[in-house]
Design a protein around this ligand. Structure first.
Ligand code: SF4
Length: 285
């Protein structure tokens, strides 16, 4: 099978033993990840270090396992588990291109929301727009975050080669926000000298202002797989990150957000990402 351009990829259907897993992310009760591996193939993707299957981690972005029995399992789990907040796509993007074929994320949303769960989606893919009918039906129990690392399509193609370009993500964000869906932007990871241009970050914050989105910011974190990487950006980052003046950049971002009236959470320092969700949840559980 092929996606963008001539890139070939392999799809493997697998059976799993559970749909929802306990989330270790602050503020999330559960995580739901319909796919193992991600065809967006971002060069910095941390998921490589979490995935148990060598075929997927060694060929990141070229092999994806599809959890074919996930929805059936989920239908049972939503009956026996206590409703809570479900992070959708916490490890791999639940709206990566293969979702257009298998629709496991769509069916999962329906099952979760029907049973009173709260769903928080993070993606780089405008495919989420396809599911706007479901999101609108349960508008008080959903939020959607777009990862926007840069607005420059050339930079994006170097670090996120098969993900939709920034403009497509921005357009999708505007679309969802204009329908009243709660949205947020994740600016991260910031990689020194690659996507740390402050004017671009300001533009992204302006988009957050226009869409009433909260902004989350994170720096690149060095992971084990990066030491084996032959990617020039990653090799350079391992060295440059040590002497980078993060505090100075984060202070500028915080100041600009304050001036614009945008809620901004710098993840390494203020990991309160889901506090507002907790407030919303008090209404439901
Ligand atoms: S979209 Fe997310 S999960 Fe997919 S490769 Fe990029 S960082 Fe990894």
């Amino acid at each position: 099978m092929r996606i963008r351009g001539s890139m070939k990829y392999r799809v493997v259907l697998v059976r799993v033993s559970n749909a929802l897993s306990k989330s270790s992310i602050s503020g999330l009760d559960y995580a739901l990840n319909p796919y193992i591996g991600c065809l967006h193939s971002c060069i910095y993707c941390y998921a490589r270090d979490f995935v148990r299957y060598r075929e997927v981690s060694d060929h990141w972005g070229k092999v994806v396992f599809v959890k074919k029995n996930l929805v059936d399992l989920l239908k049972y789990e939503v009956i026996v588990k206590k409703p809570g907040i479900v992070g959708v796509g916490t490890i791999t993007d639940a709206y990566q291109p293969i979702e257009a074929v298998y629709k496991i994320t769509r069916e999962s949303l329906q099952v979760l929301l029907d049973k009173g769960f709260y769903v928080s989606i993070q993606t780089k893919n405008p495919l989420v727009i396809r599911d706007v009918d479901i999101l609108l039906k349960y508008i008080d129990r959903v939020d959607v975050g777009f990862t926007i690392t840069t607005l420059d399509k050339d930079v994006a193609s170097r670090i996120e080669p098969n993900a939709p370009p920034p403009k497509a993500r921005v357009n999708a964000l505007y679309k969802l926000s204009s329908k009243g869906i709660s949205t947020w932007i994740f600016i991260g990871p910031i990689i020194p000298k690659i996507n740390d241009d402050f004017n671009t970050i300001k533009e992204i914050i302006n988009i957050a202002k226009n869409t009433n989105s909260t902004v989350y910011v994170d720096q690149l974190h060095i992971k084990k797989f990066m030491y084996r990487s032959s990617n020039e950006i990653i090799k350079y980052s391992i060295e440059s990150i040590k002497k980078y003046r993060w505090t100075s950049l984060f202070n500028r971002i915080r100041r600009y957000c304050r001036e614009q009236g945008v809620k901004c959470i710098i993840i390494p320092n203020e990991y309160r990402k889901y506090k507002s969700w907790q407030e919303k949840l008090d209404k439901y559980f």
